[in-house]
Design a protein around this ligand. Sequence first.
Ligand SMILES: NC(=O)C1=CN([C@@H]2O[C@H](COP(=O)(O)OP(=O)(O)OC[C@H]3O[C@@H](n4cnc5c(N)ncnc54)[C@H](OP(=O)(O)O)[C@@H]3O)[C@@H](O)[C@H]2O)[C@@H](O)CC1
Ligand SMILES: [K+]
Length: 490
Amino acid sequence: MRYAHEVDKVRAAEQALMARLPDGTLMARAAAGLAAVCARLLPRVYGARVVLLVGGGANGGDTLYAGALLARRGARVVALRAGTSVHEGGAAALRAAGGRLLPPDATGEIDTADLVIDGLTGIGGSGGLREPHATLARRASAAPATLVACDVPSGVDASTGAVAGTAVHADVTVTFGTHKPGLIIDPGAAHCGVVELVDIGLGADLPDPDVVAARPDDVRPPEPGPESDKYRRGVVGVIAGSGTFPGAAVLAAGAAVRGGAGMVRFASDAHAVELVRQRWPETVTRVVEPGPDVLAEIGRVQAWVVGPGLGGGERAEALVGAVLASDVPVLVDADGLNAVSRSDALRRALLCRDVPTVLTPHAGELARLLRVDRDAIEARRLEHARRAAVELGATVLLKGSTTLVAELDRPVRVNPTGTAWLATAGTGDVLSGLVGALLAGGMAALEAAAAGAYLHGLAARLASGREGREAPISAEDVLRAIPDAFRTLD
Ligand SMILES: NC(=O)C1=CN([C@@H]2O[C@H](COP(=O)(O)OP(=O)(O)OC[C@H]3O[C@@H](n4cnc5c(N)ncnc54)[C@H](OP(=O)(O)O)[C@@H]3O)[C@@H](O)[C@H]2O)[C@@H](O)CC1
Ligand SMILES: [K+]
């Protein structure tokens, strides 16, 4: 796993470690790591033009010391001072190494630089960048020089990834001690470029992470053994589709098949059932009307998926209500989520459940569930995913530019796979069937949702990218690539 810690925890760990070390040791380690990465990025350090953008805090201090190290190796280093103060030790080190400090209006230096280091704000930054910081951030982001952010791209909130106004668009972000959530969650993540972690010795002082991102080794879907039969591998029940949206049913049922379920039971109205039967003859289908015995009519399952393409109205509410009253894991998606948004009774049913429930909203669906503005969700994804997990009493998988999975008292999972081409109709239906199969196979809700998001994003990449180029894909392409995504796992 890749671990990320919020600012309070980073500061606490830094203080604990600093108490045991001579003054200035951590800053020296950070500066050395930053300078080493910059030196690697330059074709030649000697004679290179390096510009430092320095704010008044320790982020500026790190940057000045790193600049001093590059100046000692022959780089021509100038620092543009933003803010009223400057880190005195760092400024003295730069001057002693032959570098110069200039006022912030010397922006012409940025346009002719080979490399710019952004040391305006780090974990101490808050709110939108003020002037002259914002102008320097814009100018450096637009300049041809390689732009390296010190610890965090200035203007990005390190704990959340929120960006209020202008923020640096870095090519590389060199971060210290641990990742910060804002470096792996959008919109902040999109400002980081490649993230390099420099070890400054914080390890033993860091508590449990706030946010984690899976590496391939961490994704472990259930594997059939010699004893497995279709029932032991898990039966998933899919209730999806309607006369208006039958395609969602075909995609969700197909993804449950490809996601490794031992058997898929599919139930809906006659039209959706007919289409699923034709496309996925291996499913066991049943035409159902909502009613008190609807689940018994469909048969026993180890997990339910309800919602894709169900449409609005009482039918959807009745089917979601029946599934929420069951005693097996449930995944609610799409129109199922909209039914929960409309109905206080369904909301109560959700909170009453004591078996795992996974909700898979995109930002618009989550906005309706939480009754907040969609833009607020997009701007502060981490906060809203966590809030939804608490208020709705469920495991919440928030889809989007960075997919998050939140569950009460657990580190939030950030999905590292995916491609922008995944934002196309029907891919959400594929995700719900896939996660449903993993739930039916016995995975815990958080693990199933995170593994499903990982495999789904990977399938999309495999479908979209060939020979180093990406191309548009359909939900059907993602569905077809699910077995390839499983094959990439050890
Ligand atoms: N602690 C440690 O041991 C270690 C810390 N390390 C390093 O220290 C960094 C944290 O340093 P920090 O705490 O000094 O805060 P920092 O990120 O420089 O920001 C404060 C400055 O920004 C300014 N500012 C804030 N918001 C602003 C805005 N919107 N727009 C404009 N300005 C704004 C604020 O101004 P003020 O509001 O005070 O006027 C103040 O001048 C950390 O990221 C890492 O690089 C490493 O060396 C490892 C050891
Ligand atoms: K910075």
